[in-house]
Design a protein around this ligand. Structure first.
Ligand SMILES: Cc1cc2nc3c(=O)[nH]c(=O)nc-3n(C[C@H](O)[C@H](O)[C@H](O)COP(=O)(O)OP(=O)(O)OC[C@H]3O[C@@H](n4cnc5c(N)ncnc54)[C@H](O)[C@@H]3O)c2cc1C
Length: 476
């Protein structure tokens, strides 16, 4: 109990670890508490969302933010980025118009160019002129005649492999191929944990649940907060609450009432027969929450595929999206969701929902009917600040002096949040002003690919998933 840490961070999800690593890089001493046995072990992520093209209903501004933040995070964690493109289509049954999507893509290309003008190292999505390519029905007919390519290198090769499998008569044309990449959470977790283990500036406390906090800012002691675990009390000057969907728990103990939503969702792991050439992520747009909500097929290595289906019998759940009540900052799920979230899924539920997911893909990819359950689902609950469930870019707020609350909606916002917290800590004079701020992190840069491969594989197996999920289909 003797040491006073500059910063105490509760929650070792992507937000907490990036904040800890950014502070450690500047020599600021921190203590990071994670209740689980490894970091970045909460709700999953698998899409980088560099442009927000999976969300036709969000604003252009949110799309630009997602692109910029995604590029920043990809530069920090390049070994977690799977550089396979995304095929975007709209079924004929859906309301969205193809030209709206294309207007937005043109806007994104010019924005991407400005990011590269600011810093050439931002060019991680390939050349801006190749950010997207559209394909008419005639193009698809011609590409369907081309031979398969085991490891495609050009947009046409990706589409040629895809279009032989997809029933494109069901889709509006043109369709689009865009350089939105995959994001491997196991590899990011491995790189972050290895970097945290190497730095002396962060005391990483795994398997350590914070049970309470005490505000001692007015108690005439030379620190601001006490953090209570089962066995000890830790003293810190600045407190960061990055508890994910449990953020409200500590707001409640500080008597802060905040509006927030929390949402439980799941994605399913399936195994298919080997196919002749790699395919991109496949998106079939649809209205969220209706029986024909969006279908997403995400390729992994060794014939594993992850599936999202934005309907209540696949990814979404009845009573899965809930709101904080008056006088209650932390919303509470019902029993069915708590069972899945904390105590495990029943085998029947895994099988039924994964089979529903396979069925939803096979409407557009008929041969996918032969896919089978490939492992347990990737699932979790996430926070959405405020009351708008379509928000995709949540960030950080500072409800009290010396207290930051991170509420990111997409993993890509983690570095932005870390930077905002560091600025605030300087303003409050908890740390001296940092002379030169940079987005590069040498603690992360010095972790080798081999180390990441090894730990990512170990974490994937420990968490009960097929080892294939720790690999990229397109290696850097
Ligand atoms: C099915 C699904 C798919 C998703 N797909 C994507 C995607 O493709 N791309 C994307 O960008 N985002 C995606 N998201 C959202 C993404 O998962 C979240 O935005 C992100 O994980 C939030 O990170 P976080 O660090 O804020 O919270 P979390 O990852 O939830 O981390 C919070 C951490 O705090 C710990 N904690 C909580 N309470 C305590 C305590 N008292 N003591 C100690 N530790 C504590 C938890 O164990 C947890 O590790 C998806 C979410 C879901 C549910």
């Amino acid at each position: 109990m003797n040491k006073i840490y500059n910063v105490g961070i509760i929650g070792g999800g992507v937000s907490g670890v990036v904040t800890a690593l950014e502070l450690a890089k500047y020599g600021v001493d921190t203590i990071l508490f994670e209740q689980k046995e490894s970091v970045v072990n909460g709700p999953p992520f698998c899409h980088l969302h560099a442009g927000g093209n999976l969300y036709p209903d969000i604003s252009d501004e949110q799309c630009r933010i997602l692109m910029k933040q995604s590029i920043d995070m990809a530069r920090l964690f390049p070994e977690s980025i799977d550089k396979r493109p995304t095929f975007i289509s709209i079924p004929k049954s859906e309301k969205y118009a193809v030209d709206i999507i294309q207007d937005r893509l043109d806007m994104l290309v010019s924005y991407y160019k400005t990011l590269i003008d600011e810093d050439p190292l931002n060019e991680i999505l390939g050349s801006p002129d190749d950010y997207y390519k559209i394909y008419s029905k005639q193009d698809l007919i011609e590409l369907a005649e081309q031979p398969n390519v085991e490891r495609p290198n050009t947009p046409d090769e990706w589409i040629s492999n895809t279009i032989k499998l997809v029933d494109y008569e069901k889709l509006k044309t043109p369709v689009t191929l865009v350089q939105e990449y995959g994001w491997n959470l196991f590899r990011l977790a491995a790189q972050a944990q290895l970097a945290l283990n190497k730095t002396e500036n962060c005391n990483l406390k795994l398997n350590t649940s914070v049970i309470d906090i005490k505000d001692v800012r007015n108690e005439n002691v030379d620190y601001n907060w006490e953090i209570y675990t089962k066995d000890e009390v830790y003293r810190v000057n600045y407190l960061v609450n990055s508890c994910g969907f449990k953020t409200g728990k500590f707001d409640e103990s500080l008597h802060i009432n905040t509006e927030r939503l929390i949402e439980f969702k799941a994605a399913y792991v399936s195994k298919w027969q080997p196919i002749p050439g790699l395919i991109p992520e496949l998106i079939f747009h649809g209205e969220r929450g209706t029986p024909h909500g969006m279908v997403q097929l995400t390729p992994y290595s060794d014939d594993y595929y992850q599936i999202h289906g934005m309907t209540e019998n696949i990814t979404l759940f009845k009573d899965g999206l809930i709101q904080s009540k008056t006088n209650e900052a932390q919303p509470q799920f019902g029993e069915d969701i708590n069972q899945k979230l904390f105590r495990g899924w029943k085998t029947d539920d895994i099988n039924t929902r994964t089979e529903n997911a396979i069925e939803s893909v096979s409407k557009f990819v008929p041969s996918f009917k032969s896919a089978t359950v490939g492992g347990p689902p990737l699932f979790g609950a996430q926070q959405i600040p405020g009351d708008d469930p379509s928000l995709r870019v949540g960030e950080v707020s500072f409800p009290y002096k010396s207290y930051a609350r991170s509420e990111i909606v997409k993993a890509s916002s983690a570095l932005t949040v870390a930077n905002q917290i560091i600025t605030k800590i300087q303003e409050e004079k908890i740390i001296p002003v940092i002379a030169k701020r940079t987005n590069q992190n040498s603690l992360l840069d010095c972790i080798s690919k081999d180390e990441i491969d090894q730990l990512a594989s170990q974490l994937t197996i420990e968490r009960g998933y097929p080892e294939a999920l720790s690999k990229l289909i397109i290696e850097n």
